[in-house]
Design a protein around this ligand. Sequence first.
Ligand SMILES: [Zn+2]
Length: 299
Amino acid sequence: MRGSLSVTVDIEDWYHIPSVCSSPYSVYRSVNEFFQKWEGRYDFLTEPTKKVLDILDEFKVTATFFVVADTVKHYPGLVESIVERGHELACHGLHHACKIDPNTKERLMSAEEFEQRTLLAKRILEKTSGERVIGYRAPSAFVGGWMLDSLESIGFKYDSSVSVNSLYNKTDSSLKTVSSFPYHPLKSGLEAGDDRSFVEFPWAYYQNVLRIPASGGPILRFLGAPLVLNGLIQSLKRGHTIFYFHPLDISCTKFPSIGNNRPFYWCIKGNLVEGRIRYILKNLNNVEKMCLRDYPEML
Ligand SMILES: [Zn+2]
């Protein structure tokens, strides 16, 4: 295998997902509205994040954590606990809101509004951690080329949202020139080819008749570890690649059943999925790993 691997973790809670908050089909228009109206327990994130930190220590992995910035307000100490263990802090939006329409891929906000919100998120994360934040991942991976221009203009050096596969395309581009290794995107687009310094780190995929994302989240929960591991091994032969998962994937607690248009979304998670993450990390124990800020072109 010639590439190195970046293990990345997305820090968000159950109400950040698009069926509950901040998308055209969510129950609550925004996370702020959720906190105004919700009276039950909301924190299902702290406990599995602790577990993830222990697993990463066990496998001696320094990871990149893409964190939704409003967790700083609602989960005091959580971001600090990540940074204290030496991991990289990166930005996963202010409230995990969708920036483009999941169906039409049209913008849901202007570039100016996106820049304002994302800069605020960056500043919150930098103030809390005392470290510079240079990486971004689009909430739910809905990303448009215009967003990368904005990210570059407000001081980000890389994005890691693009997934090339046969199941879905959550972007506004065809992605014909994109594989599973890092590239410099064209201005105002997501295709490869420009010589600008901004870098996109696309996700791993398994190539058979179809291309399947080799990632955590629903793929790992529904399709299992061997497919994801094989996709990572294939992608590492192409170059550097990404593995991502969420602490929510390994939570053993039942989440509130709201946002019910996806009743099976969380039916597989917990210890079973934790075992799958361990299986993948164990099998990739000898692969060189680095967090994204340490990728040579970031230095
Ligand atoms: Zn997310």
